[in-house]
Ligand binder design. Structure first.
Ligand code: FAD
Ligand code: PHB
Length: 391
């Protein structure tokens, strides 16, 4: 098999890259280690920055998102017995789109398969070769057990944090910058109407909690827990009691409860790999960087890399200009580091530090009071949250 761009991974990065290339007449093949059912059921991010929703429209796949997604003009921050609203729209002129990542994945997979374009699901033993040469190769065993080899011009390393692409770059050619946090998120998907029209980020003395949603019937909730926490210790009654305590800060407001459809624990990490390119391999999304989920930046940052990469590949194929490809890492890193900074900042501002003392907690509450009480503070949060402009 031969193609122009071989793409490893059918997450948001790989699917968006394939779609943007397709619209420019550039061929690609996607190789995904999981099944279609698995990637369409995997619950992850929920918030799309303003421009990511617009890009989804531009690539022709925004119809269901516009019908079923929820446009939010603000969010709330709860602390010290009160809740304050950040008016995202009023402060920036922009809204966010609440639409589950797996719905985005479903829309992109369906469109690609309808167009008769290839995604090899359930590929085993995926490996990449000759990335320093002119025609890199991808080898894998397909779902029927047959060995396959794809020759291509470029490889899109869109295979997430635990993929095989980043480790294919020689260790002396990259630098890793990393931070782990002394907490994790326990997330639940609940069959209950959201208890508020907007997201609520809560900084409570028991720890952080978040109220989010997926639809008028589905609520998504998170609790700060210890990173070594065993899910077995969190029966539904304990989760509800803790969510009620951490989210109910004022008066008679109560969190709607309902059947827990899914629960899981996500570790929190900041991670950046510099370089994002080696030879003809280009990393995009979680394969190159991770943010803690507090700023809702993971999927948005993946889309930002892909926007740059798709533009650079288009320039190369249309006019032979390789400046965009050569400048890929340098073009992406400033935005990545701003999202890393914002996610780290939101995380440390809102979570209870297990090593913190009374002084630390008071400084934290003063910061939240300032950010939610000053227009300058709120505007800074808002413009990062809705997505910084592209340079
Ligand atoms: P991924 O979505 O990870 O996609 C990579 C794809 O590559 C996957 O389909 C994977 O199966 C495939 N793959 C992996 N290895 C191989 C291989 N060797 N060969 C072929 N295919 C391979 N962000 C938020 O903003 N909010 C959240 O609440 C949130 N929750 C998250 C929860 C979890 C458990 C995780 C892991 C991430 C979460 N994120 C969240 C981050 C966000 O979901 C990611 O930033 C986003 O998925 C990045 O997209 P991606 O396409 O780069 O990577
Ligand atoms: C979500 O809805 O899953 C979500 C929302 C905001 C975040 C993280 C996750 O910061």
């Amino acid at each position: 098999m031969r193609t122009q761009v071989g793409i490893i991974g059918a997450g948001p990065s790989g699917l968006l890259l394939a779609r943007m290339l397709q619209l420019q007449g550039i061929e690609s093949i996607i190789i995904e280690s999981r099944s279609r059912a698995y990637i369409e059921a995997r619950i992850r991010a929920g918030v799309m920055e303003h421009w990511v929703a617009e890009l989804t429209d531009e690539v022709g796949l925004g119809a269901r998102m516009r019908r079923e997604g929820l446009v939010h003009d603000g969010l709330e921050i709860s602390f010290a017995g009160q809740r304050r609203r950040i008016d995202l729209k009023g402060l920036t002129g922009k809204s966010i789109m609440v639409y589950g990542q797996q719905e985005f994945v479903k829309d992109f997979v369906a469109a690609r398969l309808d167009d008769g374009l290839p995604i090899h699901f359930e590929a085993a033993g995926v490996s990449i070769h000759n990335i320093e040469g002119d025609s890199p190769r991808i080898r894998f065993t397909d779902k029927d057990g047959a060995p396959r080899e794809i020759e291509c011009d470029f490889i899109g390393g869109c295979d997430g944090f635990h993929g095989i692409c980043r480790p294919a770059i020689p260790a002396d050619k990259l630098s890793i910058f990393e931070k782990t946090y002394p907490y994790a998120w326990l997330g639940v998907m609940v069959e209950a109407p959201p208890s508020s029209d907007e997201l609520i980020y809560s900084s409570h003395d028991n720890g952080f909690a978040l109220h989010s949603m997926r639809s008028p019937e589905l609520t998504r909730l998170y609790l700060q827990v210890s990173p070594d926490e065993d899910l077995e210790n969190w029966r539904d009654e304990r989760i509800w009691a803790e969510l009620q305590t951490r989210l109910t800060q004022d008066g008679d407001w109560r969190l709607n409860e309902g059947p827990v459809l899914q629960k899981g624990i996500t570790p929190m990490r900041s991670f950046v790999c510099e370089t994002m390119r080696h030879g003809r391999l280009f990393l995009a999304g979680d394969s190159a960087h991770i943010v803690p989920p507090t700023g809702a930046k993971g999927m948005n940052l993946a889309a930002a890399d892909v926007k740059v990469l798709a533009g650079a590949l288009t320039d190369f194929y249309k006019s032979g200009d390789s400046a965009g490809l050569d400048g890929y890492t340098a073009q992406c890193l400033p935005r990545i580091w701003k999202a890393e900074r914002f996610s780290w900042w939101m995380t440390q501002m809102l979570h209870l530090s297990p090593d913190g003392d009374g002084f630390d907690r008071r400084v934290q509450l003063a910061e939240i009071d300032y950010i939610t009480g000053s227009e300058a503070g709120a505007r800074s949060l808002a413009e990062n949250y809705v997505g910084l402009p592209f340079d």
